[in-house]
Write a protein that binds this ligand. Structure first.
Ligand SMILES: *[C@@H]1O[C@H](CO)[C@@H](O)[C@H](O)[C@H]1NC(C)=O
Ligand SMILES: *[C@@H]1O[C@H](CO)[C@@H](O)[C@H](O)[C@H]1NC(C)=O
Ligand SMILES: *[C@@H]1O[C@H](CO)[C@@H](O)[C@H](O)[C@H]1NC(C)=O
Ligand SMILES: *[C@@H]1O[C@H](CO)[C@@H](O)[C@H](O)[C@H]1NC(C)=O
Ligand SMILES: *[C@@H]1O[C@H](CO)[C@@H](O)[C@H](O)[C@H]1NC(C)=O
Ligand SMILES: *[C@@H]1O[C@H](CO)[C@@H](O)[C@H](O)[C@H]1NC(C)=O
Ligand SMILES: *[C@@H]1O[C@H](CO)[C@@H](O)[C@H](O)[C@H]1NC(C)=O
Length: 537
């Protein structure tokens, strides 16, 4: 008796704790920043000129950080490359870099500004956090001297890293993360003329020897960080969520939007839902390069997002976010992504299937001929099923259901499995998969599923004029992506974007280990061609 009542009260007690945990929230802010860019040069500028330019950008960030703190935000994320941009060689980025110590040294730059040499940027960022009592994530460049006689040491005698730093409310450095992905592998001898066209190469930066798993604790949850292109890979992104159980990811990026599957707001909101984690995204704003799209995304649904191809203005976003989403009553259940699709046999397969392309990837498509229907299209082991009913079929709009299972792009490195329903650019079926940003067809219902071989699937719904659809769709536990709360707004694409990490081609070893490796990486990437393949820096 006693034991059992003890158990009961323990259970009640545990419940109360859960409840309290569930109610805990914090206010997050992200800032989409329009950079003041340096002039492109072939010779490095002076340290003073580099600092002058960075301070101009930090002046703007300062205004927004103050504003965010005033409105009660406890943490703010600023974008990748926000202090100096992206058009550099290894030499021309150098004056912008500072040696950033390991956070274990326990350093408040704002208080001990001389402790690690000349570090004006770190001191200023730390003071911004301290003075405004807010956690600040910023992205800057780190330089680490190496032994020039060591073959792993690049010419110039430094490793250079694209780096995120986080300062707490006392101004203390609590996290430092060196970006892994992107094309930093390329290393130091890319001719300058290529930089214009292959910004995502990042020849100015090295990659760490292995992906770093960086987390830090706060009173409002456990945080993980990574940068931009990292989000498409398993490490560190998935590991931070699955094995380190972070509550919230901080994600600075310089993301170039690529329709139909990889615009920033579309993919990032889908990743947060698929991984069931909070994701705070700060993108740079540069409409000439299709860079816009920031947001605060919760596991259930986007909280707030921003997409603006009209103006050159920056944008500060706020939202209240669960500190510990896993214990929230609203936390979505785990999804078995193939459960539904592998059990049904009812749809006629490959009716009028044809081949088409999304960027360089050969999809199998089938047209949504009628107002309503049940369709299946397959590629290799992936079969995609769609049940749908349009509110009214527009004469001038054609939709297709598409399946892709294979390595993506020219590099054939990342293995994708994608089921997508999308609007073709015109009624000519050869335009299916081309970028299109307006639609007028609304769906009374849709249900999309696929026989995925991977458990990592990200549910995307993108509406006309590049809008998200929060609260208007959901993923059922059996893997169906369905509309809810009435008919949809006009749809550009509804997709299940799967990443099958274990089928990726073995990646080139990280780091600029030797010039043979580097040269290999070089040819590999040049091959790659267009932006359409590669989203970002
Ligand atoms: C770039 O060069 C122009 C013309 O020389 C100059 O007016 C401008 O201030 C420079 N911008 C920066 C950021 O240095
Ligand atoms: C922080 O506050 C101190 C004094 O309160 C001031 O001297 C300093 O300029 C401030 N720094 C920033 C970056 O706001
Ligand atoms: C060269 O540097 C790497 C890492 O920077 C280190 O692991 C290795 O031991 C060094 N090699 C020699 C011969 O010092
Ligand atoms: C965060 O807190 C958890 C438990 O309270 C602890 O296990 C973990 O080591 C901490 N992580 C960091 C980075 O301090
Ligand atoms: C921006 O996107 C549009 C439409 O998707 C595309 O035509 C254009 O080439 C893109 N611009 C860049 C710089 O990639
Ligand atoms: C479907 O895709 C596979 C692999 O790309 C291709 O071999 C096949 O011909 C496609 N089917 C149709 C109908 O296009
Ligand atoms: C699609 O299949 C469902 C049964 O799953 C059926 O009720 C419906 O009539 C079908 N729709 C069409 C247009 O064939």
């Amino acid at each position: 008796m006693i034991v059992s009542s003890f158990r009961t009260s323990t259970a009640i007690f545990a419940l109360i704790i859960l409840r309290v945990g569930a109610l805990e929230t914090f206010t997050a802010a992200v800032y989409e920043h329009t950079l003041i860019l340096p002039n492109t040069t072939v010779t490095p500028v002076s340290l003073d000129d580099a600092l002058l330019l960075m301070n101009k950008n930090i002046d703007i960030l300062e205004r927004e950080i103050k504003q965010a703190a005033k409105q009660g935000a406890q943490i703010i994320v600023t974008p990748e490359d926000a202090l100096y941009g992206w058009t550099f060689t290894r030499e021309t980025i150098f004056p912008y870099l500072e040696d950033i110590p390991d956070p274990q040294v326990n350093w408040i730059p704002c208080q001990h500004s001389d402790r690690f040499g000349y570090t004006p940027v770190q001191v200023r960022l730390s003071c911004l956090a301290k003075n405004n009592s807010i956690y600040v994530l910023a992205n800057m460049g780190d330089k680490k001297p190496c032994d020039p006689h060591n073959s792993t040491c690049p010419p110039g005698g430094y490793h250079q890293y694209n780096t995120n730093v986080v300062y707490d409310t006392e101004g203390k450095l609590v996290a430092r993360y060196h970006k892994v992905r992107g094309a930093a592998i390329l290393s130091w001898f890319v001719p300058i003329h290529l930089l214009q066209y292959h910004l995502y190469f990042e020849p100015q930066f090295d990659v760490p020897e292995k992906p770093e798993l960086v987390t830090f604790n706060t009173t409002f949850g456990k945080f993980g960080i990574f940068t931009c292109f990292d989000i498409l890979f398993h490490d560190p992104a998935v590991t931070l969520v699955k094995d380190f159980h972070v509550d919230t990811i901080l994600f600075p990026t310089a993301w170039m939007n690529v329709l139909p599957l990889l615009t920033a707001i579309e993919f990032h909101s889908a990743w947060a839902m698929g991984m069931r984690v909070n994701l705070l995204v700060a993108n740079t704003h540069n409409i000439g390069l299709n860079m816009t799209g920031s947001g605060i995304y919760a596991p259930q649904s986007p909280k707030v997002y921003h997409y603006d191809m009209q103006t050159e203005m920056g944008k500060l976003l706020f939202s209240e976010v669960d500190s510990h989403p896993r214990v929230s009553p609203a936390y979505p259940a785990a999804v078995n992504w193939h459960a539904y699709a592998t059990t049904i046999k009812l749809f006629p397969v490959q009716k009028n299937a044809f081949q088409g392309f999304i960027s360089r990837d050969a999809f199998n498509f089938t047209e949504l001929f009628d107002n309503a229907g049940n369709l299946t299209v397959c590629q290799k082991d992936l079969c995609c099923h769609l049940s749908y009913r349009m509110l009214g079929k527009e004469e001038n709009e054609v939709y297709v259901l598409g399946a892709f299972s294979g390595r993506h792009g020219q590099r054939r490195r990342e293995y994708w499995q994608v089921c997508t329903m999308l609007k073709c650019k015109t009624t000519d079926l050869t335009t299916c998969g081309w970028p299109v940003d307006t639609a007028s067809t609304r769906f009374e219902m849709f249900s999309l599923s696929g026989t995925f071989g991977t458990e990592y699937v990200f549910p995307e719904v993108l509406l006309t004029k590049i809008h998200l659809s929060p609260g208007k769709f959901e993923v059922l536990q059996d893997g169906r992506l369905v509309n809810k709360n009435g008919p949809s707004e006009p749809i550009l694409t509804a997709s299940l974007f799967g990443r099958w990490y274990t089928k990726d081609s073995s990646s080139i070893p990280g780091g600029t280990s030797n010039s043979a490796t580097t040269h290999l990486a070089h040819t590999y990437f040049i091959d790659d061609g267009s932006f359409a393949d590669n989203v970002m820096g």
